[in-house]
Design a protein around this ligand. Structure first.
Ligand code: B4P
Length: 191
C-alpha cells in the first residue's frame, strides 16, 4: 500500500495536482475540501455546520474532519493506497491519521509539500473566486485562510519533517512542470 499526503497552503494547487496524480497512479483520492463542499450542496447537518467555518476562512473542527476520514478509510478496505488532499490541516489531525493508519499497518509513505509565495496564492484564489464563485475566495476571506494556515496548518510540515517524511516541491510554474516534479518524488518514495 502507498499513502501520500499532498500538503500546502490554500490555493497551492493540491486539488489541481491530485487529479493529475490520480490519472497516473492507482490511488483513492480523499479531499476533505471536496467532501465538505458536497455535504454543503446536499444541505446535510454536517454541511450546514461546515459552511459556517468555511465561508469565514476558518478550519472546520478537527473532530468533524477526523470522523469523515475514518469513514472513508473504512469504505475502501482493499485499495493500492490513498492520496490525502487538504488533510491533515492541524497537528491533531496528523496524529489522528497516523493512529488510524498504524491500526491498519499502512503508514504514510511521503508528504509532498507545495511551496508557493503568498502573492501568488492571493492571485490564484482571487481568480478562482471570479470563475467559480466559491464564497471562500474573496480577498477578505483569503487573508483569513492564509492566517489560519500559518497558525494551525504550517506546524503539520514540522510534524512530518521530524518523521523524515516531508519533501518540498516548488509549486510555481506550469501545472505540468510541477506535476513532473511531484511524480519524480512519488517514484523515489515507491522505490
Ligand atoms: P480545499 O478545498 O482543501 O482547497 P484549497 O486549499 O482552497 O485549494 P487547493 O490547494 O486545492 O488549490 P487548487 O488546486 O484549487 O479547502 C477549502 C476549505 O475547506 C478550507 O479553507 C477549510 O475551511 C475546509 N477544510 C478542508 N479540509 C479541511 C481540514 N482537513 N480541516 C479543517 N478544514 C478543512 O488551486 C487553486 C487555484 O490555482 C485554482 O484556480 C487553480 O486553477 C490555480 N492553479 C493551480 N495550479 C496552478 C499553477 N501552477 N499556476 C497557476 N495557477 C494554478
Amino acid at each position: 500500500m502507498f499513502n501520500l499526503v499532498l500538503f500546502g497552503p490554500p490555493g497551492s494547487g493540491k486539488g489541481t495536482q491530485s487529479s493529475k496524480i490520480l490519472e497516473k497512479y492507482s490511488l483513492v483520492h480523499i479531499s476533505t475540501g471536496d467532501i465538505l463542499r458536497i455535504e454543503q450542496a446536499k444541505e446535510s447537518p454536517l454541511g450546514i455546520e461546515a459552511k459556517k467555518f468555511m465561508d469565514q476562512g476558518m478550519l472546520v473542527p478537527d473532530e468533524v474532519v477526523i470522523g469523515m476520514i475514518s469513514s472513508k478509510l473504512d469504505e475502501n478496505p482493499n485499495v493500492a493506497g490513498f492520496i490525502f488532499d487538504g488533510f491533515p490541516r492541524t497537528v491533531a489531525q496528523a496524529q489522528a491519521l497516523d493512529n488510524l493508519l498504524d491500526f491498519k499497518n499502512n503508514p504514510i509513505n511521503v508528504v509532498l509539500s507545495l511551496l508557493v509565495t503568498e502573492e501568488e496564492l492571493k492571485t490564484r484564489l482571487i481568480s478562482r473566486g471570479e470563475s467559480s464563485g466559491r464564497p471562500d475566495d474573496n480577498e477578505e476571506v483569503i487573508m483569513k485562510r492564509i492566517k489560519e494556515y500559518h497558525a494551525k496548518t504550517s506546524p503539520v510540515a514540522d510534524y512530518y519533517k521530524s518523521k523524515n517524511k516531508l519533501v518540498e516541491v516548488k509549486g510555481e510554474g506550469t501545472v505540468d512542470t510541477i506535476f513532473d516534479s511531484l511524480c519524480d518524488e512519488i517514484d523515489n518514495a515507491q522505490e
